[in-house]
Design a protein around this ligand. Structure first.
Ligand code: AMP
Ligand code: ZN
Length: 111
């Protein structure tokens, strides 16, 4: 738990939040400023600033399982996943999270 980290507060229940999915070490909730009709964030309960600091292979696996289980639960088959790592890549919340977006068309290559 890192003080003043919004995702720590959400993941640990300090800020009451509806979870789309929860496992032992991961929660999934809706993004407050959605970039698509469905926009979920898959977040570990432990504070890890970014993908660059993620060393725990079990947690890596559990995060991806969070993506798979949450999308299955919502019957989402087509979705875009994004992990922004570092401010130049667009990361604003320094508690690792996987964005899951669905419900619209996505272009590729990404800008
Ligand atoms: P990033 O730019 O990859 O760090 O993404 C941070 C995301 O967190 C943005 O999409 C924000 O809209 C989202 N966000 C920030 N605060 C909250 C919050 N309190 N609840 C849900 N999502 C949030
Ligand atoms: Zn945190």
């Amino acid at each position: 738990m890192s003080e003043n980290c919004i995702f720590c507060k959400i993941a640990n229940g300090e800020i009451p939040t509806e979870f789309v999915y929860e496992s032992e070490n991961v929660v999934v909730f809706k993004d407050i400023n959605p970039q698509a009709p469905t926009h979920l964030l898959v977040v570990p309960k432990v504070h890890i600033p970014s993908l660059a600091q993620l060393n725990d292979k079990n947690l890596m696996s559990e995060l991806l399982s969070g993506v798979i289980e949450a999308t299955k639960k919502l019957n989402i088959t087509d979705y875009r996943t994004v992990i922004n790592t570092g401010s130049k890549a667009g990361q604003e919340v320094f508690h690792i999270h996987i964005h899951v977006m669905a419900g619209r068309e996505f272009s590729w290559p990404a800008g």
